[in-house]
Design a protein around this ligand. Structure first.
Ligand SMILES: [Mg+2]
Length: 172
């Protein structure tokens, strides 16, 4: 009953993914969410993130950013990153994923989506028919009220780990 909310895998952050291994497993494209997945909401790209994209591209994996945020925000983020992007994507609707796929030129079975929101990134990828990877969302050190949906997502994640079937994709 929770299948449409389950990711193919859950990792702590985008830095905990072995991208060379992903390539060896046949992955050729990654659709990344930006806010709270790559950087804290609204932040510019960090040097570490810029280096990460170079590393992913060096592993021969294509990337595209898929964000619900505005063109201005996404353009500012992507300033020093060589990747195409889709803004105002309206995830989890499929249209944004279709636009991302046109930019990637990959197939559904060799592409994954990476994001921090179960109800947005994971549900969107699942309904579009690609595997998804959930990362823990980036939050500031100071206390932040995380919201009711975050609590629901946490509960679904617990159910995901309890009912864990063999991983659909091995990222570590
Ligand atoms: Mg996000």
């Amino acid at each position: 009953m929770f299948e449409s909310y389950f990711p193919a895998a859950h990792v702590k952050s985008v830095f905990n993914i072995d991208y060379a291994k992903l390539y060896s497993l046949g992955i050729r494209g990654i659709i990344f969410d930006i806010d709270n997945t790559l950087v804290h909401h609204g932040d510019d790209a960090t040097e570490e993130i810029e280096e990460l994209f170079k590393k992913i591209h060096a592993a021969n994996i294509k990337t595209v950013l898929l964000s619900d945020n505005s063109e201005e925000r996404v353009k500012r983020f992507v300033r020093n990153i060589d990747t195409p992007y889709v803004y105002s994507a309206k995830k989890p609707a499929c249209e944004g994923y279709e636009r991302a796929f046109e930019l990637l030129g990959t197939e559904k079975d060799n592409t994954i989506a990476v994001g921090d929101r179960i109800f947005i990134d994971i549900v969107g990828a699942n309904s579009f028919g690609i595997r998804s990877v959930l990362v823990d969302y980036i939050r500031l050190k100071r206390f932040e009220w995380c919201g009711f949906k975050r609590i629901l997502e946490k509960m679904i994640l617990i159910i995901f780990h309890i009912s864990r079937k063999p991983a659909k994709i091995d990222l570590g």
